[in-house]
Design a protein around this ligand. Structure first.
Ligand code: NAD
Length: 413
């Protein structure tokens, strides 16, 4: 059952002594919606993060990145004194559960950096009290949760360990947390029970499985999505090689046909999670994950295909190319692992110049206003299909659009 009494103001401000729950990595993309949902459920939350800039933004009521619908909830949580911000591991609450939402990257060999979880726990350990619940929420390599329980056990620590993966779509985390089932797992019945109780406060339904099942559930979900994008991207390439407009085929396939309702359109699929998690799975499968690797070849290769196609059609060396949308997906300000930057890298040296623009991204000093990019470019590529581009006047210049968003004689598919 979901308890949502609203964010009633507290008499005394939240401190690390009286906080009900700690979110480590609480100023990140996964951390912020979780922090706000927990505060909204009536809890006092310790927001722990090493990123001072993001903490300062939150303290002043600003979100460090786009999270739809979160600003008013943050304002209420701050006014209600429900949040305490800390930036070091020795400043975490010893009271309630500690939820870990830090980044879990892959390295140059496309293998998970397992050390990050251990380093994070090692730093927290002196503050954690026996009996406390530790929830891993970051996406982890299969077996990490049970490993963590054994690791803590070997150190003589009696902590409850759970894994409750985050599955929300970036930018809409708060909204989805309130509506989507939460997968919960624990290394002991007590850990499982406590974790379920915690998430029942914020989500309508919990689904309880074992830690390894939950770890696979998360990785399979992301890898499956990545493979879906690859399937439609490959169909696009096949149709195109036959001189057929794939958008028309897609329309015919999907029209009132329920089994293909969720089939994505073609486009540049990457971002901070899909590739990384597909590769984590591959590393677990000792690289015997054919579909995952095929998806990587197709999705990453789509950028190279577009560049090759442009080279056949135009004298690129004599042209300025404008890249529209540098975020990794539409209506987002997140540039992490965005294929738009792969475009930029590949085109520099092949085109006379490469110009970039994005209405949401605030972290790239090389971005130019849209009008200027259109005016100075000879050809444009729709990289991230922000809605604003569907209404833009490209002054008759050719625009390469694999997404099928744009109409007009100047649009190249
Ligand atoms: N972004 C998504 O939509 C999404 C969705 C589901 C799952 N995930 C997973 O969630 C995890 C976090 O992803 P994210 O996108 O929120 O990353 P992020 O980089 O936006 O956030 C991670 C935060 O953790 C902080 N941090 C790192 N090490 C720390 C430490 N030792 N102590 C305190 N804070 C620390 C960082 O400063 C950052 O603010 C990853 O495992 C990711 O795969 C992400």
């Amino acid at each position: 059952m979901t308890v949502r009494p609203g964010i009633a103001p507290l008499e005394a401000p939240t401190t690390i002594e009286n906080a009900d729950v700690t979110v480590v990595g609480g100023a990140g993309h996964v951390g912020i919606p979780l922090v706000l949902a927990l505060a909204e459920s009536g809890l006092r939350v310790n927001v722990n993060d090493i990123n001072q800039e993001s903490l300062e933004a939150l303290k002043s009521g600003r979100l460090p990145f786009i999270e739809h619908g979160a600003e008013s909830v943050l304002a209420k949580a701050l006014a209600g004194k429900r949040l305490v911000f800390t930036d070091a591991s020795e400043q975490i609450s010893t009271g309630g559960p500690a939820i870990i939402t830090i980044g879990t990257p892959i390295d140059e060999f496309l293998n998970p950096v397992r050390r990050v979880v251990q380093d994070c726990i090692d730093a927290m350990l002196p503050r954690l009290a026996d009996g406390q619940l530790v929830v891993l929420r970051s996406t982890v390599f299969p077996g990490t949760t049970d490993w963590l329980a054994s690791y803590l056990d070997a150190k003589g620590r009696k902590l409850k360990v759970a894994f409750c993966p985050e599955r929300v779509v970036q930018g809409y985390g708060l909204k989805e947390l309130r509506a989507m089932p939460q997968i919960v797992s624990g290394c002991t019945p007590e850990a499982e029970r406590d974790a379920a109780k915690l998430f029942e406060r914020i989500t309508p339904e919990v689904v309880v499985v074992s830690p390894i099942e939950a770890e696979f559930a998360k990785l399979f979900s992301n890898a499956y999505r990545y493979i879906e994008f690859a399937a439609t991207n490959e169909f696009y390439l096949v149709a195109k090689s036959a001189g057929v407009d794939y958008q028309r085929v897609l329309m015919a396939m999907k029209q009132n046909y329920p089994r293909l309702k969720s089939m994505p359109r073609p486009g540049f699929a990457a971002g901070p999670c899909l590739v990384k998690d597909t590769m984590q799975l591959s590393a677990f499968a000792r690289n015997q994950f054919g579909l995952g690797h095929a998806a990587l070849l197709i999705n990453e290769g789509l950028v190279l295909h577009v560049v090759e196609d442009l080279k056949h059609r135009y004298d690129l060396a004599d042209m300025t190319v404008g890249l529209l949308g540098m975020a990794f997906k539409a209506e987002s300000d997140d540039t992490r692992a965005s294929l738009s930057y792969k475009f930029k890298k590949v085109l520099i040296g092949q085109a006379r110049a490469v110009l970039t623009t994005d209405p949401f991204v605030t972290t790239d000093p090389e971005l130019l206003p849209l009008d200027e990019v259109i005016a100075r470019s000879d050809i444009l590529i729709l990289c991230a299909p922000h809605a604003v581009y569907a209404r833009a006047d490209f002054k008759g210049k050719p625009v390469f659009d694999v997404w099928g968003d744009l109409e007009g004689a100047n649009v190249v598919r």
